[in-house]
Design a protein around this ligand. Structure first.
Ligand code: EPU
Length: 430
């Protein structure tokens, strides 16, 4: 298994180009199932999760093509890809494919809407919490679907003539359930209202893609989405938004190492809550024409308390990275994780660097240290892994991060981007 070796202590200086957002690319790819015409996506990041979803879509009969570089495009930029679901040959998403990535469960929405049936493996547990699918099933039933659980599979059938528009009031905000019901409702008969919908920028990216494909959606970017079902959707050309979690991660890395980095292509409005918190820690943030510049020159890191919340609040996907930053703050800070019940797997690993963190239920208390010391650590999930890389960049001496396949699921060319900014970081194969 590959590992990452890094030697901490160098401030990050330079420029990092932000990749396309994993959590937008995945549902956009899934949206291709809704039409028999080609959906062309640009700025698709090169990630293990994207590859995995390609396998799942291909199993349903989707033809996938990766296009070459065009004039004016930089090398290493996002991929331009066509997804063409001319004929859906199989409405089953099998366990061995779905179990590797939770987002693949979301195919249930478009399959049910277009083919009127779907058989999708339950995604199972995950390192960060139990992550049930009750909200998806609730929403699909509201649209008239009949749902059975059989042998670990969700077997869903639409009524004769297809799904029927309805008012869906989610008792809890869920990104995945919002994506899925939004997609399903585009081809339902009549009007659907989704209340208490997630408002994440990735939802907006998908909703705008669906509109480009001919869907009728209003309230995009708000808590209530109204979808007037149409008979058919068509092809479209859509760009994946820049990854706000990658942006926040590198911003925290720059803050932690005391560097000066331009995050090119970043959209500050997609992570304003996190940037506001970073500013309170004493970091200079300057919006630039094409991105945001993050700088901490000489000053210490101030302790700040955070609580994770659905968008527009502080994202749970930046909680581990922020905690890494707080391990070197000049005081005591608190983190409250409200989205996932078990998203503190990085705490024990950060302790290996000498960090002082105590967890009590949802709340972690972090007592800042002057310095961290490099260590052997183990990645446990995607965002936890990158928090260990950030800590290692600021720690004295050598750090080895084991089990980095998690990182490859969600960070494109991580070592390359960091080493171009002066980090001493390399991948050790095997
Ligand atoms: N939940 C339920 N029932 C459901 C669905 C969700 O109880 O049917 C709960 C979850 O257990 C959790 C909360 O609702 O406690 C929110 O989960 P949500 O459904 O919003 O999360 P998700 O759609 O599974 C996406 C991202 C996650 C990100 C969360 C929260 C993708 C592919 N995944 O997951 O990203 O943490 O939203 O913002 O978009 C990551 O990229 O590392 C990652 C985990």
């Amino acid at each position: 298994m590959d590992r990452i070796r890094l030697v901490g202590g160098n401030p990050l200086n330079g420029e990092i180009v932000i990749s396309g957002a994993k959590n937008a690319a995945l549902p956009l790819m899934i949206a291709s199932l809704l039409t028999d015409e080609p959906l062309v996506l640009s700025n698709v990041p090169r990630l293990a999760d994207v590859k995995q979803l390609e396998r799942i879509l291909e199993n349903h009969g989707v033809d996938i093509a990766v296009h070459g570089r065009r004039r004016g495009e930089s090398d290493g930029g996002g991929q331009r890809m066509t997804f063409h679901a001319a004929d859906i040959v199989d409405t089953t998403a099998p366990y061995d494919l779905v179990s590797k990535m939770r987002a693949s469960f979301w195919v249930i929405g478009p399959l049910l809407a277009r083919c009127h049936e779907a058989r999708v493996s339950l995604p199972g547990g995950c390192a960060i919490g139990t992550r049930p699918v009750d909200l998806f099933l609730f929403g699909l039933k509201e649209l008239g679907a009949e749902i059975d659980i059989d042998d670990g599979y969700v077997v869903a059938k639409a009524p004769k003539g297809g799904l029927v528009g309805a008012r869906i009031v989610f008792p809890k905000v869920s990104v995945g359930a919002t994506h899925t019901l939004l997609m399903a409702a585009t081809l339902a008969n009549g009007t659907t209202m989704i209340e208490n919908a997630a408002q994440e920028p990735e939802i907006t990216n998908v909703a705008e893609c669906l509109v480009a494909m001919g869907a009728k959606i209003s309230g995009i970017g708000t808590r209530t989405l109204t979808i007037e079902g149409v008979e058919k959707l068509h092809g479209a050309n859509v760009e994946v938004i820049p990854d706000r979690i990658e942006t926040g991660t590198f911003a925290m890395a720059a803050a932690m190492t005391g560097g000066d980095v331009l995050l090119r292509g970043a959209r500050p409005e997609h992570l304003q809550a996190a940037l506001d918190i970073l500013a309170k820690t004493g970091v200079d943030l300057t919006p630039e024409a094409d991105g945001v510049r993050v700088r901490r020159n000489g000053n210490g890191i101030l302790p700040v308390d955070i609580e994770t919340q659905p968008f527009p609040g502080f994202p749970t996907d930046l909680q581990a990275q922020f905690m890494a930053l707080m391990t070197m703050s000049q005081g005591t800070s608190h983190v409250r994780e409200t989205i996932f019940e078990n998203r503190y797997m990085h705490v024990a690993e950060l302790a290996r660097f000498g960090a002082d963190i105590a967890v009590d239920g949802q709340v972690a208390t972090i007592r800042g240290k002057d310095k961290l010391k490099g260590a052997q650590v183990m990645a446990t999930d995607l965002r936890a892994s990158v928090s260990l890389v950030i800590a290692g960049l600021a720690a004295k001496g050598e750090t080895v991060v084991n089990r980095i396949y998690h990182l490859d699921r969600g960070f494109e060319r991580l070592e390359d981007k960091l080493s171009r900014c002066g980090a001493e970081i390399e991948r050790l194969a095997g």
